[in-house]
Design a protein around this ligand. Sequence first.
Ligand SMILES: [Zn+2]
Length: 321
Amino acid sequence: MQATTLWMFLWVLAFPALAAPLTARQTAPPGPPARATLANEPAAATQDFRFSPTIAEIRQVATMIPGDRALRINVLKFAESRRSKKFSVKGAPDEPSVQARTVFQVVYRDGTVMIDSGMDEQIHKFFGRGVAEPYDQAAAAEVARAVRAAKSIVVTHEHGDHVAGVIRTPFINDIAPKTVLTRAQVRTLETDPQMPEIKLTEEMARHYLVIDYEKYYPFAPGFVLIKAPGHTPGSQMIYVALQSGREYLFIGDTAWHMDGVRTVTGKAAPWITEDEPALAAQLRWLNGLFTTEKNLSIVVSHDDEQRQEYVAKGLLGGRLE
Ligand SMILES: [Zn+2]
C-alpha cells in the first residue's frame, strides 16, 4: 500500500461522508457532470440539462422565508382572444378556442401578491390584430384595483398581456416600486419590447425593484420564482404552496393550453419567436410533474377550460379580493 493510498484509507475511516464524493469525482467518466438524482424525482425532470429544476429543491427553497404561507389564490379573466386551437397546440384541430387573459392574486393573511398585472384595452387591441375581441371593462377595473392594493407584483414574463398593468398605469409612482421585475425582463422591455407602448427607458426601469437570480428565488413564504427562459428571455415559473399544503405552479405562457403539457407539444403560432429546445425541455419537465405530483396544480395563464375547472373545484377563487 503506497503512502497516498494509506492516507486516503485513513481519511475514509475518519470522514466516510466526505470521502464518498471525493471517490466519485475521481472515478466519474468524462462527459457532462453528473447531476444528483433524488429518489422522488420523475426521470424526465432530472435528465435534461436544458431545464433542470427539481420539485424537491423548489420545495426546499419555499421554506427559506419564515412566516405563514398564503391562504388561497384567486384568478380573474378580464379579456379573451379567440384563436384556433391549432395555434396553441401544434397538430390540434382547427377549432375555435378561447385564450383567457388572466391575473392571479395570492392572498396572505396580511396582504396580497399579484402574479401578472393585466393590460389596458389599447394593448388588448394589439393582440386582436384588427379584430375586436372581448374586453371586460369591469373586470379590468378590478384587476387595476387589485394591482394597486397589492403588497407586491411579480410577472411570469415581459409580454404586454402580463406586464402592461405595471407600466401603463396612472398610478405608476405607487406601483413601480413594489413591482419586482427580473433583470432579463427589464432587458427585453428596454431593448426589444413586444410593442412600443410597453418599452421601458433606463430611467423608468430604475423605479422598479429589479432582481437577478440563477435558478430559484425565494420570494415570500411558500413562494418561489423559477427561472425558465424560453417563451421569452425573462420568463419564469412561479411555485406557491399554501398554508393548507396545496401546491401550485404558474407556468405563464410556457404552454397556452394544458394539452401542451399533457401531450408535450409546443405551440404553432407563426407570430411568436421562442427558444424551441428550451420550451421542449420545459414541457417534458412539466409533463413529468403532471404525471407524478398529484398535489401540485399546474396553472396555464391562458387556458380558459382549465380556469373554469379550477374555479369549479375550488382550487382557485373566481374573483379578486
Ligand atoms: Zn400571454
